[in-house]
Design a protein around this ligand. Structure first.
Ligand SMILES: Nc1ncnc2c1ncn2[C@@H]1O[C@H](COP(=O)(O)OP(=O)(O)O)[C@@H](O)[C@H]1O
Ligand SMILES: [Mg+2]
Length: 413
């Protein structure tokens, strides 16, 4: 089979790496891919958000399966677009992807189906949001409705901070139309766990649990990033909690989407907070998470292609999905300055053969160079998380680029 993966970050490298192990994959393409993906797939220079370009390429090259990995093309309806051409695509259609692309939709949905989540109010007028804030307790959480590159959530500790956040989103349009509407949410506390699940709209199969580290520096200090590392499993996600989550969160979500006429087929991500009053959903993603995928897929023993086909053909109940008992840890090596501005094109030296998922790299005639804020995700499997941590940091000693920075406390939450 010929398979095309859309995207070009660490998550897509992990997906391509896993698909490349399938005996039934004859040829892999990735659009646009990156310097690491290039060793496993033919990278084609089409943007992940170019619906027409991807559809034309898939048609011309008789691609048997297109895997749409990032949030933007899913929200734009890339899967629907491919299906119009009679092409086979993995990922939710636009109407199902709205679970991620509109936080207001997600909250209304959860309320309707009794799925535990923070209390909220939604606003499309600045004045109303401000008067609501004026009679609220702090801290409180303010969220832009739409996709905002993971930057659209502010925890406001005072009325003043709250008003600033609402003004930046609604009036200054810091995130464009994504901030046209905002949510103001109850502030919850507790450890955060990420749960991914495969679903064909009827059956769902949860993957192994994971946790990510979003802040730039050790001890969860500094600005938010796309993710500085992840580990799997989470020690907080006990079998009892898993059972509760499957019954009260995952099952009603999959059923509710079906009842809404928005059957969800693909990978669904539950961002959970384990609060003193039970697990609650912070958000949904309509796809594999990054960097969680880099620790979850290395633990998957079953052929990913088979699972994806079963999801599309709605026969996931016939597949037995198996997991490696070992733990996994991924540490992200970032460019100096990230998540602010950073230089690109710096040579990368790698003197280890461990598992590395490239996030922002490029192959040039002078060798591998940096090409993004997050550059590499160094990954290890081991007996437990501590064992993986030891291995990963040992491998990192053999990797170098100018200004390379990374957290030293991944896996220690
Ligand atoms: N209701 C809440 N209470 C406390 N913290 C929250 C709440 N909602 C979100 N957060 C924090 O903000 C982060 C980002 O929020 P999330 O809803 O996941 O949006 P996104 O990933 O799109 O930025 C969460 O990982 C969590 O740490
Ligand atoms: Mg999130």
């Amino acid at each position: 089979m010929k398979v095309l993966v859309v995207g070009g970050g660490g998550r897509e490298h992990a997906i391509v790496w896993k698909l490349s192990q399938s005996p039934r994959v004859a040829k892999l393409y990735c659009a646009p891919g990156n310097g690491g993906i290039a060793s496993l797939a033919e990278c084609v220079n089409i943007k992940a958000t170019d619906l027409e370009g991807i559809a034309a390429f898939a048609k011309e090259n008789q691609i048997d399966l297109t895997v749409v990995a990032p949030d933007d093309p899913l929200a734009m309806g890339m899967v629907d677009r491919l299906e119009v051409e009679g092409l086979c695509a993995f990922g939710p259609r636009k109407a199902a992807a709205e679970l991620e692309s509109s936080k207001v939709f997600a909250k209304q949905f959860m309320k309707k189906y009794g799925i535990p989540s923070a209390k909220y109010e939604a606003f499309d007028r600045y004045e109303d949001a401000v008067s609501y804030l004026a009679q609220s307790q702090f801290p409180i959480v303010i969220k832009a409705d739409g996709l905002a590159l993971g930057k659209g959530v502010v925890i406001a500790f005072s009325l003043e901070e709250g008003i600033t956040a609402v003004k930046e989103m609604m009036l200054d349009r810091k995130f464009g139309d994504a901030g046209k509407r905002v949510l103001i949410e109850e502030f919850l506390t507790g450890p955060e766990v990420s749960i991914l699940a495969f679903t064909d709209g009827n059956t769902f199969v949860p993957m192994v649990s994971s946790q990510d580290h979003k802040r730039a520096y050790d001890n969860d200090e500094g600005p938010n990033t796309g993710g500085m590392g992840a580990f799997s499993p989470s020690r907080y996600y006990t079998p009892e909690i898993a059972q509760y989550v499957e019954k009260n969160i995952i099952e009603p979500t999959i059923r509710g989407m079906r009842e809404e006429g928005r059957t969800f087929q693909g990978v669904i991500y539950f961002g959970l907070m384990l609060t003193p009053s039970g697990p609650k959903v912070l958000e949904y993603n309509a796809r594999f998470g990054d960097p969680e995928t880099q620790v979850v897929l290395p633990r998957l023993k079953t052929d990913l292609l088979e699972i994806m086909e079963a999801v599309i053909e709605k026969r996931l109940n016939q597949v037995r999905i198996q997991w490696d008992d070992r733990a996994a840890v991924c540490v992200v090596l970032a460019s100096a300055g990230y998540p602010g501005s950073y230089r690109k094109g710096l040579p990368i030296e790698i003197n280890t053969d461990c598992l590395i998922f490239h996030a922002g790299t490029k192959r040039t005639e002078h060798g591998l160079v940096t090409d993004g804020g997050r550059v590499l995700g160094v990954t290890a499997l081991g007996e437990n998380v501590e064992d993986c941590v030891r291995k990963v940091y040992e491998h990192i000693k053999s990797i170098h680029f100018e200004g390379m920075h990374y957290r030293r406390d991944i896996g220690r939450k």
